[in-house]
Design a protein around this ligand. Structure first.
Ligand code: PGA
Length: 253
């Protein structure tokens, strides 16, 4: 059966000292809890914090994740960080296709394809994000938008490759806005994504794929969201920066 996961996307927040403190707090609180061992916990701090944080967390319990990686494997790409570099510091997964990278850094599907290939080549997991803008939802194009985003990248992979993909559905109008998709809206889209996976691959793969919801997920709404059949956890931004809130969200299962 597919894994339930709660992932924290720290984005460009915390300096190193605050980041180490946050990661240690999450780690200590998590290890003190009982009964939530089956929930996968992911944290994605900024690049600069990864090595130090890998030393203060239980890496068997918390999956250290990066927020991005380069399209190329090595060479003259000033300022880039390769998937192999991330792997070498203990990173186990990479977030690819976040709407902020699509929007602000103009990452198109061609770029995302290359990044996913780099992550897979280094035997790490990909958290692949998809999501529609508000005007696309208002125009009732949201299903089409999500289908295209998946078809252009992760549905091009082989079955074995897709096995390493976690999908995160993040409606852009809900990210950082305080407006959450209703649990019914989330369920509707998650069920649709699972149906697409079944059509593109098969039912077993669809049933085994973890599909996370992201967008203003917080302790006050995570219980209702996670209760939905096709919502397998969350990709949490703002609320992952407070250890107590993040733990509350994990415990909502
Ligand atoms: P948010 O961000 O929880 O702050 O809305 C979610 C995300 O962008 O992953």
């Amino acid at each position: 059966m597919r894994k339930k996961i709660v992932a924290g996307n720290w984005k460009m927040n915390t300096n190193l000292q605050d980041g180490i403190y946050l990661a240690s707090s999450i780690n200590n609180k998590l290890l003190a809890e009982t009964g939530i061992d089956e929930i996968g916990v992911v944290i994605a701090p900024p690049f600069t914090h990864l090595i130090a944080i890998s030393k203060v967390i239980n890496n068997d319990r918390i999956c250290l994740t990066a927020q991005n990686c380069a399209t190329e494997s090595k060479g003259a790409y000033t300022g880039e960080v390769s998937a192999e570099m991330l792997k070498s510091v203990g990173v186990k997964a990479v977030i690819i296709g976040h709407s902020e990278r699509r929007e602000y850094y103009k990452e198109c599907s061609e770029v995302l394809n290359k990044k996913v290939k780099q992550v897979l080549a280094n035997d790490m997991k990909t958290i692949f994000c998809c999501g529609e803008k508000l005007d696309q939802r208002k125009a009732e194009n949201h299903f089409e938008v999500i289908k295209n985003q998946l078809e252009e990248v992760v549905f091009k992979l082989s079955e074995n490759e897709f096995d390493k993909i976690i999908i995160a559905y993040e409606p852009i109008w809900a990210i950082g806005t305080g407006v959450t998709a209703s649990s019914d809206q989330a369920q509707e889209m998650h069920a649709y994504i699972r149906k697409l996976i079944a059509e593109n691959f098969n039912n077993t793969i669809a049933e085994n794929t973890t599909i996370l919801y992201g967008g203003s997920c917080k302790p006050s709404n995570s219980v209702e969201l996670f209760a939905k059949a096709d919502v397998d956890g969350g990709l949490i931004g703002g609320a992952s920066l407070k250890a107590n809130d993040f733990l509350e969200i994990i415990k909502s299962y």
